[in-house]
Design a binder for this molecule. Structure first.
Ligand code: PMP
Ligand code: GLN
Length: 387
């Protein structure tokens, strides 16, 4: 047998799938892979269900349903004061995952360099490398995850084509500060580079933090692609509806990649996402408030058990330090052990670093109902008792 693609084969199966499979096998509460347990807003689902019956189920336009592209533009104006032309500057994709792939395959040439921030979301580096480009990683360290702007500057070179930024950031829960964003923007402009901003958690910020798209910074409007996800914004992660906003000249090569990746995305789900993006502000503030309550519930429970838990300003995820409960094994050992023995799954940080991961960090998802979080804490407490 010939060998499949060596680069992708070397990555194995993503940790999210590995832990979810184990959690299902063991009947564990899955605080690993980040998905909310509910079924999303009833009205959004109802629009999708009606669209399935009443409207076309054939290929929608390659760039996306006009109503969703207009809704993405209106949403950008409403929340960020960005003037976006829904006709020319929005592309609908099959989830943020496809949006990322389309941006990387559409913008990168072999030999280009990409600056990205470690810990890394699972698909970033494999897709950068599949595009023939080279990742230049800037490490962030717990518990503060502060961006070292000198390290950032030295990651740039004459070959830097693109910066890939995720804020709010999975897995750290970090929201990049205004100064950090300004430093990134300055370097991107200086190097005449692109920025691809994974903003899937744009509505999941806590404690009064506000989301500021890099695209709104001086000089960034025409060199930034901003990615959103209906999966995250409507707590419907299985839908895989994403959207990219970028200036026409930047969007054109991205659309070239999209046309050969998926070409299009289920029209009924697009119609429902369009409806959802126009929901009143109360929906969006309620989403963040519910998630913040989940964060507080999980993090206070973990702290009661003796875990040090890092500050978390957004996303679905909290980071605990397993050394604080005297656990001497690796982060992966810990996650395997609690999934099997305690009946609670989590994700080891080593999955998010290429090498030398910070020791003893694990990610727990809190995008779950209160009773499930309480049960997870009770199970961990019982496991700690037995140890
Ligand atoms: N980027 C980040 C940082 C994510 O956490 C996720 C999903 N969990 C995605 C992209 C993928 O989003 P989608 O499900 O819309 O493909
Ligand atoms: N984004 C989700 C997480 O970080 C996982 C998505 C996936 O499994 N591909 O948990």
């Amino acid at each position: 047998m010939r060998h499949g693609n060596r680069g992708l084969s070397a990555y194995g199966t993503t940790i999210f799938e590995v832990m979810s499979v184990l959690a299902r096998e063991r009947g564990a509460i899955n605080l690993g892979q980040g998905f909310p347990d509910g079924n999303g807003p009833d009205d959004v689902r109802a629009v999708a269900a009606r669209a399935l019956d009443d409207r076309s189920n054939q290929y929608p336009p390659m760039m996306g349903l006009p109503e969703l592209r207009q809704a993405v533009a209106a949403h950008a104006r409403r929340f960020y004061g960005l003037e976006v032309d829904g006709e020319r500057e929005v592309l609908v994709t099959s989830g943020a995952t496809e949006a990322l792939a389309a941006c990387l395959l559409g913008l990168l040439d072999p030999g280009d360099e990409v600056v990205l921030f470690e810990p890394l979301y699972d698909s970033y580096l494999p897709m950068v490398e599949r595009a023939g480009a080279i990742g230049r990683r800037v490490r962030l360290e717990p518990p503060g995850w502060r961006l070292d702007t000198e390290a950032l500057a030295s990651a740039f070179s004459d070959r830097t084509k693109l910066v890939l930024l995720n804020s709010p950031m999975n897995p750290t829960g970090k929201v990049f500060t205004g100064e950090e964003l300004a430093a990134i923007a300055r370097l991107v402009a200086e190097r005449d580079a692109f920025a691809v901003c994974d903003e899937v958690y744009e509505h999941l910020l806590f404690d009064g933090h506000r989301h500021h798209p890099l695209m709104t910074l001086p000089g960034m409007r025409d060199r930034t692609a901003r990615i959103g996800s209906a999966g995250k914004t409507f707590s419907l992660t299985g839908w895989k509806v994403g959207y990219i906003t970028a200036a026409p000249e930047m969007l054109a090569p991205i659309a070239r990649a999209h046309q050969f990746l998926t070409f299009t995305t289920p029209p009924n789900l697009q119609a429902a996402a369009a409806y959802g993006l126009a929901k009143p502000d109360a929906y969006f503030t309620g989403l963040a408030a519910d998630m913040q309550a989940g964060r507080d519930r999980l993090t206070s429970g973990l702290r009661r058990l003796g875990f040090d838990v890092a500050a978390c300003q957004g996303t679905y995820f909290a980071t605990a330090d397993i050394r604080s409960i005297g656990y001497a094994g690796s982060d992966l050992d810990f996650c395997m052990e609690i999934t099997r023995e305690a009946g609670v799954a989590a994700i080891p940080y080593s999955a998010f670093y290429v090498e030398a991961p910070p020791e003893g960090q694990v990610r727990f998802a809190f995008c779950k109902p209160a009773a499930m979080l309480d049960e997870a804490i009770a199970r961990l407490a019982a496991w700690l008792e037995r140890r």
